[in-house]
Design a protein around this ligand. Structure first.
Ligand SMILES: [Zn+2]
Length: 93
């Protein structure tokens, strides 16, 4: 019986890791190229703009809430098919 619980725990853990991996992949997958409306944009470079975005959350808790500083990047995507470039501004921790 212990073995079964352990097996299910491992399956759950693998499922969780897979979900996180898929989530990361989905949030970073190639974007749609504006020229032909298909996925083809690949992240080529990421340049910090020098700006930061401050996220405050929590607040009112006994630690007084938390603040996270996110760096703002200009991310350049290049289409692997037609060579178009798209620059988007993103914030990341
Ligand atoms: Zn394209």
């Amino acid at each position: 019986m212990d073995l079964e619980i352990g097996t299910w725990f491992i399956i759950g853990l693998i499922a969780l890791v897979a979900l996180i991996t898929i989530w990361n992949y989905l949030s970073r997958r190639p974007k749609i190229c504006p020229s032909w409306n298909q996925r083809g944009l690949i992240e080529r470079s990421k340049t910090p703009t020098g700006d930061t975005a401050i996220n405050e959350y929590g607040g009112g808790g006994f630690s007084g809430g938390q603040t996270s500083v996110r760096v703002v990047y200009d991310v350049t995507y290049k289409c692997k098919f037609c060579g178009d470039q798209v620059i988007t501004r993103q914030t990341r921790e």
